[in-house]
Design a protein around this ligand. Structure first.
Ligand code: NAG
Ligand code: NAG
Length: 252
């Protein structure tokens, strides 16, 4: 086992809309009844119905558009034999999150936890980067634009929530949210390495892409953190924190 030292800071867009009154779900959101034996099927279908609204955002619930999803800043710090670098990514635009497809939803209502599986095909990231360090003993240094792409991905997400009361009304909030992702067909391209030296830029991008699977393996925690953030923002900020539990998952 090699040792990995990695620090990840992801600052997602923050939404601070505060509602004083309890909201209902927008009329175009499907309602899944909490004791319906087909609750899980209903939830998978609901993810399809709400797609166009999530893509554009749902202002009345403070849910941001997911196409594109913008992250102001990501800091990466890697210390392994193969990868030893510091990178700062700025204004990262994530495109393709709206291509999600859920295959499984498993909502354990009495346990207040849910698990789901989804794919997103494809995902593209573009933004500004600054990097210094080493990749496979070769120095890497520069700043400019980067693009990264994933052809397909498998995602699992888990969330445990708890009840809490606001003005006597019961809502839920997350206790833990975690996600896993496996990616297929990853690609990375950096422009502007070594002050724009074309030869070095080309060689380094070749080295990066020859080792892109390993690189993405190490970047996985970052991508997982991004997806966790998105889920917490949609589900917590948007739905759970605004819509009382009884209206989110009515009894009848
Ligand atoms: C999420 O965390 C819970 C509790 O910490 C754990 O049981 C579960 O396996 C994790 N699931 C995922 C998808 O990482
Ligand atoms: C995603 O899961 C499918 C079905 O299990 C599998 O065929 C595919 O290789 C997986 N892709 C990745 C990127 O893990």
């Amino acid at each position: 086992m090699r040792s990995i030292v990695m620090k990840v800071f992801v600052f997602g867009t923050l939404f601070t809309l505060v509602y004083s009154a309890a909201n209902d779900l927008p009329s175009y959101f499907p309602k899944c009844k909490r004791y319906d034996p087909k609750l899980n099927e209903c939830l998978v279908k609901a993810t399809e119905t709400v797609r166009p609204f999530l893509i554009k955002g749902v202002p009345e619930l403070g849910i941001p558009p997911i196409e594109p999803y913008t992250i102001p800043e990501i800091t990466l710090e890697q210390g392994t034999q193969a990868l030893n670098f510091k990178a700062l990514l700025k204004d990262v635009e994530v495109r393709g999150l709206g291509n999600y497809k859920f295959s499984q939803f498993d909502f354990d209502v009495p346990g207040l936890q849910w698990f789901c599986k989804a794919t997103i095909n494809p995902i593209k990231l573009v933004g500004d980067y600054t990097v210094t360090g080493k990749i496979l003993l070769a120095p890497i240094e520069g700043s400019g634009k980067f693009t990264a792409g994933i052809e397909n991905s498998n995602i699992t997400a888990y969330q445990k929530v708890e009840f809490f009361k606001k003005k006597g009304v019961t809502y839920v909030r997350p206790v833990t949210t975690n996600t896993t992702i496996s990616v297929g067909g990853p690609k990375v391209h950096l422009d502007g390495l070594f002050g724009g030296n074309e030869e070095l830029n080309k060689v380094t991008n070749t080295v990066i892409n020859d080792n892109v699977n390993e690189l993405f393996e190490d970047l996985k925690p970052v991508i997982e953190k991004i997806i966790t953030n998105v889920i917490e923002q949609w589900l917590f900020k948007g739905l759970e924190d605004n819509v009382p539990f009884d209206k989110l998952y009515p009894e009848k």
